[in-house]
Ligand binder design. Sequence first.
Ligand SMILES: [Zn+2]
Length: 414
Amino acid sequence: MGPVAASLKTKTLNDNPCFIMKKSVVIIAFFMSFVSAVAQTEQFHTDMKLRDSFWLDTTSADFQNILDLWENYKFCVFYDWCKLQEDSLWEPKGPLFWERSERCKYKNPDWILQSLQLVPYDYISGKELLIGIEKRNDTLFELRTMFYDQSNDSIKMRGVFTLPVVKHSDSDYKFFTKLSLIKPTLQKYQIGWLTFLYPVGYNFDNDSAESTFVAADSFVKALGLDNPKQFEYYLFETRTDFWRSIGVDVSPYDFIGCSRVYSGGRCFNECNIAFYTCGGESSAHELLHFLIYQKHPERESSEFEEGVCSYFGGHSNETKDVLLLRLKDWLNENQQIDLSASLSGYADFTENYTYMIQMVICEMVYKKGGIEMVFEMLFSISNNDDEYDAIEKYLSIKRKNLNKTFREYLNNNY
Ligand SMILES: [Zn+2]
């Protein structure tokens, strides 16, 4: 068949109404299946909580620039840390890698990485797996990386995190915090110096929030703080949600239990913010840490401070009586535990007997000398090793007698 015959045949076929209809059906069917495939993909992504990834090509200029920023940053944080060992007045340069707004808000936004228990030494010598860099839009990128421990044959994850990066020009990229990106989507409830923030859909309890503020504010007066700084208290359903709000995509704390609703919080004193899981509006624990820090910012936190915050501000959303009854049973079942030998190390991810022990010590001091004596003892402890001396000074209990006296007190009172 020559070219003329071919074109004639084609023309004849194309003009045939039946063929036109068939062709239209095929096109419509193709279009419908395309729309359906897109819709299904979106539905699948929604169901699976997946995002459409937009990983940068590793040869692209943005990828290379952001990678340089990250490598330089890690070296700078390590260098700052070394310099501070020999010169306490050294002005760290690491914070300059962050957007100015983030430095104003959080002083040193490196707290996000530190929350994974990373120390500057890890930035240079730690085991890291860079996962990639995603592009959100022309000026916003997200670097995703993972740190892990490797000893002998085992590998333990420290955390996977996302670090947003803002691009001002081809030569000016700055780190940004995930928290600042999600903050505009959160609900707010302000009382005095305290602002609660929580996601849409969180079942926030206004009355509990008001009572918690009153409890914390009474501490402001007891500590003699003139004007507490404004404080932001973030509440999320689970620990996983609160870690993700600061860019920690996968944390070792995600694997505590199937429900992942194990309650607890975390205060970042220098940044004036704290986090808590569901029901945190009923707990002043993290707020008390912040107020104690404001009274004496230079001092290190101690285990006794955990006892003070748990006794007056709550622990794990459970009442003092429930917690101390549980401690009593646990100590009675474990007679081999000698509190005269150590007050530390009685905690795992789900139960923190160390905090409960410190709650009892706090109660004993409070009953003897009121809140004034509690603060006096708290501020006399510069590290956990001092605590036995402080107990002897304020409670007149010698270290060798503490195990027996403590157990008797608990059995008689709870
Ligand atoms: Zn605490």
